[in-house]
Design a protein around this ligand. Structure first.
Ligand SMILES: *[C@@H]1O[C@H](CO)[C@@H](O)[C@H](O)[C@H]1NC(C)=O
Ligand SMILES: *[C@@H]1O[C@H](CO)[C@@H](O)[C@H](O)[C@H]1NC(C)=O
Ligand SMILES: *[C@@H]1O[C@H](CO)[C@@H](O)[C@H](O)[C@H]1NC(C)=O
Ligand SMILES: *[C@@H]1O[C@H](CO)[C@@H](O)[C@H](O)[C@H]1NC(C)=O
Ligand SMILES: *[C@@H]1O[C@H](CO)[C@@H](O)[C@H](O)[C@H]1NC(C)=O
Ligand SMILES: *[C@@H]1O[C@H](CO)[C@@H](O)[C@H](O)[C@H]1NC(C)=O
Ligand SMILES: *[C@@H]1O[C@H](CO)[C@@H](O)[C@H](O)[C@H]1NC(C)=O
Ligand SMILES: *[C@@H]1O[C@H](CO)[C@@H](O)[C@H](O)[C@H]1NC(C)=O
Ligand SMILES: *[C@@H]1O[C@H](CO)[C@@H](O)[C@H](O)[C@H]1NC(C)=O
Ligand SMILES: *[C@@H]1O[C@H](CO)[C@@H](O)[C@H](O)[C@H]1NC(C)=O
Ligand SMILES: *[C@@H]1O[C@H](CO)[C@@H](O)[C@H](O)[C@H]1NC(C)=O
Length: 432
């Protein structure tokens, strides 16, 4: 059951409780998280976060327990506390049915408990939200206007990934849901939440603007030999003015990835481990589409034990079917004004990788069909650290279709060394 408490009645209830001894209702007594004052820092996305008025009522949801589905009562609480309230989630909830929260307007979510998605694979295959983009699916989606979700460092979102990774090991077409899709949210924040074991990407931020993500901890670890798959930390798509900052990520795929039409993005103060890098792309995957990634500042991050630190990946101008979930090529568009600055590389295979032949194993085809995407105005400033022994003595690779498709690249004060103590570049044919 959820319960609506206005500020006035809450004060009255607390006053009554204080007068009475002993207290029976521990629920009321538990400290409700208050919204943290988190700002984009040191950079914003080019404009400040929109202001968000404080909320004046709250709705708390008592978890049913025993693995019973809390989605319907959580939905009720959002209807009740929409337009100026706080939904208080301080229990351990199970979500077993798809939850559409794209109608929100001026609501906070205080998550000091946990949300776990029941790994009922047959149910989700039939009922998860579906998106055309990269055959994505979702357990739930959040959208609307002015939404702040905060976990005070204790709130947990648990994707229950293991059964999904196990299923994927024997069925590489298995559509595994994304742990959280922010779809069509204008103005909002997500802070202080621990996300664990996502079946697929942890977060997709799509069709959104003015989003701040901060102080998150993302961890994906398999308990057996079936690997964690596609555990991207954050993917941005059709989104403008997004800041992702001050977070710790331990995963096996992109730490952050800028998908088609990601503009005015800042990524700062992340510590990523075990990933595929902070990546632009992949782009140019869909033949009839025009993809843009522009004005991205990746500042003051650390990347360790990853395939790449800084990465830009676009498909060539020809279609390929590399894997059941990885096919495409031929799309057009551009990548422009991307800055990687103050970036520490620790034991990554490549410190820098730029590739216009992504997803295509036949290099001859890439030469015959250059990418239809241009990559320009790219800056690598103040990068230091080490690479792994994988490509030793090379630390970076640049595979461009042609000078017309790749231009205005700058590297300044880049001092990454390979185990042999060298710092060489691979341009596909040798070193430059
Ligand atoms: C939620 O689960 C955690 C871990 O099992 C436990 O410590 C905590 O007391 C539970 N919270 C509630 C409200 O039941
Ligand atoms: C693999 O998963 C897909 C759903 O993503 C399903 O349609 C297909 O039947 C599964 N294949 C097998 C062999 O189980
Ligand atoms: C984004 O908006 C488009 C256009 O309205 C819609 O088709 C799509 O489902 C939305 N969400 C995602 C994740 O693509
Ligand atoms: C990206 O933006 C371009 C230019 O506005 C547009 O043509 C294209 O359809 C957009 N792509 C997506 C996936 O929304
Ligand atoms: C870099 O980010 C870390 C958090 O990872 C923060 O503590 C530090 O102050 C930041 N430094 C600069 C120069 O912004
Ligand atoms: C970092 O990633 C590496 C490689 O995936 C992994 O072996 C290691 O356990 C991770 N480190 C931590 C602290 O989780
Ligand atoms: C490049 O992007 C940065 C933000 O990353 C922005 O401040 C700057 O104005 C952009 N430059 C141009 C020429 O648009
Ligand atoms: C990198 O991976 C090694 C083991 O594979 C681990 O000991 C180390 O802590 C990792 N580095 C970071 C920063 O997590
Ligand atoms: C690569 O593509 C070229 C051009 O179509 C073709 O001649 C060649 O056989 C292909 N190589 C492989 C290994 O498929
Ligand atoms: C895409 O590239 C191919 C060859 O690489 C070219 O034939 C085609 O005209 C290009 N399409 C667009 C829309 O630029
Ligand atoms: C070069 O980068 C290092 C970090 O590796 C930084 O300490 C130093 O100030 C930078 N030098 C210049 C001239 O910017």
């Amino acid at each position: 059951m959820f319960r609506k408490v206005t500020e006035a009645t809450a004060v009255a209830i607390l006053a009554t409780l204080a007068a009475a001894t002993p207290v029976a209702d521990t629920h009321i007594h538990k400290a409700v998280l208050s919204r943290p004052n988190v700002k984009p820092f040191p950079y914003n996305s080019g404009r400040p976060q929109p202001s968000s008025p404080l909320r004046t009522k709250s709705c708390s949801v008592t978890a049913l327990g025993g693995g019973e589905d809390d989605a319907p009562q959580i939905l009720d609480a959002f209807h009740e506390c929409n337009n100026g309230g706080t939904v208080v989630l301080d229990g351990n909830y199970t979500i077993a049915t798809a939850l559409d929260l794209t109608f929100l307007d001026g609501v906070d979510v205080a998550l000091s408990g946990s949300i776990a998605f029941k790994p009922d694979i047959d149910y989700w295959l039939a009922n998860a939200f579906r998106y055309d983009f990269q055959s994505s699916t979702a357990f739930w989606k959040i959208g609307g206007r002015d939404v702040n979700i905060y976990g005070g460092g204790v709130g947990v979102i648990d994707g229950q990934g293991q059964p999904w990774w196990d299923g994927f090991a024997s069925n590489s077409s298995l559509l595994r849901p994304i742990s959280l899709v922010i779809d069509g949210l204008q103005g909002g924040s997500m802070t202080g939440i621990r996300m664990i074991n996502s079946p697929n990407w942890f977060n997709l931020i799509a069709n959104s603007s003015d989003i701040l993500v901060s102080d998150m901890v993302l961890t994906a670890k398999s308990a057996n030999s079936n690997p964690v798959k596609n555990s991207d930390g954050w993917d941005t798509y059709r989104s403008d003015h997004v800041v992702i900052q001050n977070s710790v990520i331990d995963n096996t795929d992109d730490c952050v990835s800028f998908k088609p039409n990601s503009t005015n993005i800042v990524v700062q103060g992340l510590k990523c481990n075990g990933s595929h890098g902070i990546s632009v792309g992949s782009l140019g995957q869909y033949i009839d589409q025009y993809d843009i990634v522009e004005n991205v500042h990746i500042y003051n991050n650390t990347m360790s034990n990853a395939s790449d630190a800084a990465r830009i990946k676009v498909w060539p101008g020809v279609h390929s079917e590399l894997e059941p979930i990885l096919s495409g090529g031929g799309g057009s568009g551009y990548v422009k004004n991307i800055t990687y600055e103050r970036y520490e590389s620790i034991n990554n295979d490549w410190a820098i990788e730029v590739n216009q032949c992504y997803g295509q194993s036949n290099k001859t085809l890439c030469e015959l069909y250059p990418s239809n995407m241009t990559i320009s105005d790219i800056y690598f400033i103040d990068m230091w650290g080490t690479t792994s022994s994988k490509y030793d003595p090379k630390v970076g690779t640049l595979v461009c279709s042609s000078p017309e498709q790749c231009y205005n690249f700058h590297a300044k004060n880049v001092s990454v060394t390979s185990p042999k103590g060298k710092s060489q570049w691979d341009n596909g044919e040798g070193t430059v």
